[in-house]
Write a protein that binds this ligand. Structure first.
Ligand SMILES: N[C@@H](CCC(=O)N[C@@H](CS)C(=O)NCC(=O)O)C(=O)O
Length: 242
C-alpha cells in the first residue's frame, strides 16, 4: 500500500514532501486537505493529527507529522540516493545546519511577507502599514543574504555538487513570498541560477505542478469568494501578528 500524504500545495512544507516523493518515484496517495476551506479543523483530519497542520504522512498504521521528519523518514524507508541526506558526516551536518536555521529565518520571514502581501489585505480589507511591510521585507532580505553568503556561497548546491534536502526545503520557502509578486530573484543572479538548478533536479513539470497555486496567489480573492472567508483565518491573523 502506498504511503498517504495529507497535503495542500499552497503550503511550503507540503510542497517539499510532494516534490521529494515525485523526484524519487515514491508511490503515494495524495490526500488533499484544503487549508483555505479550513479542512484541517474538521473531524476527519482531527483523527489524523491533533496538531491540525499539514503535511502529514500515513504509512500503514504509522502517522507522522512535521515535514522534515517526513522527509527523513522517506529517505530511510525508500533508500533514496545518498545526495539527498549524505552519509558523509560533514555534508550531512551541512544539511542539518540549514534545516535547523531555516525555521526562524527564511521560513519565518518569507511566510510573514506572504501573509502581509497576500492574506492580510484579503482578511482585513486594508493594506499592511508601510513601515511594518518594509521591516518584514528587510528581514527576508537579510535571510536571503545569509542564504547566499553562508549556505550557498559559490557552490551549485548547499552541500556542493548535488542537490540535498536543504536545497529542496529552501526553494519551496523562497517561492512563497515570490508568489505574491515580489521578485526576489531579480537582482540576485546567484540565487536565480541556483533556483533553476534545483528546479531542473526536481523535474520542471513536478516543480511547476507544485507551485502552480502559489504562483497564482493573485487568484486567492476568487478562492475566498467561493469558499467564504473562514473565521479561523481572522483569529490566526491576530495571533500571528498582533
Ligand atoms: N513545522 C511544520 C509546519 C507545518 C505548518 O505550519 N503547516 C501549515 C501550512 S504551511 C498549516 O497546516 N497551517 C494550517 C493552520 O495553521 O491552520 C512542518 O514543517 O511540517
Amino acid at each position: 500500500m502506498p504511503v498517504e500524504l495529507f497535503l495542500d500545495l499552497f503550503s511550503q512544507p507540503c510542497r517539499s514532501v510532494f516534490l521529494f516523493a515525485k523526484a524519487n518515484n515514491i508511490p503515494f496517495e495524495f490526500k488533499k486537505v484544503e487549508l483555505t476551506a479550513g479542512e484541517q479543523y474538521g473531524d476527519e483530519f482531527g483523527k489524523i493529527s491533533i496538531l491540525r497542520k499539514v503535511p502529514v504522512m500515513r504509512d500503514g498504521n504509522f502517522i507522522l507529522t512535521e515535514s522534515i521528519a517526513i522527509l527523513m523518514y522517506m529517505v530511510q524507508k525508500f533508500t533514496t540516493p545518498d545526495h539527498w541526506y549524505p552519509a558523509d558526516l560533514e555534508k550531512r551536518a551541512r544539511v542539518d545546519e540549514y534545516l535547523s536555521w531555516q525555521h526562524t529565518a527564511i521560513r519565518l520571514h518569507g511566510s510573514k511577507v506572504f501573509w502581509f502581501r497576500a492574506m492580510v489585505p484579503l482578511i482585513t480589507g486594508a493594506e499592511v502599514p508601510k513601515e511594518k511591510m518594509d521591516s518584514a521585507v528587510e528581514d527576508l532580505n537579510t535571510s536571503l543574504k545569509f542564504f547566499e553568503e553562508k549556505f550557498l556561497q559559490d557552490r551549485p548546491f548547499i552541500t556542493g555538487e548535488k542537490i540535498s534536502l536543504a536545497d529542496l526545503v529552501a526553494v519551496v520557502e523562497i517561492l512563497q513570498p515570490f508568489g505574491t509578486g515580489l521578485d526576489l530573484f531579480k537582482d540576485r543572479p546567484k540565487l536565480s541560477a541556483w533556483k533553476e538548478r534545483v528546479k531542473k533536479e526536481l523535474g520542471a513539470a513536478a516543480f511547476d505542478e507544485a507551485h502552480e497555486g502559489i504562483l497564482n496567489a493573485h487568484n486567492l480573492p476568487q478562492t475566498f469568494e467561493k469558499n467564504g472567508m473562514p473565521e479561523f483565518l481572522k483569529s490566526k491573523l491576530q495571533k500571528l501578528f498582533n
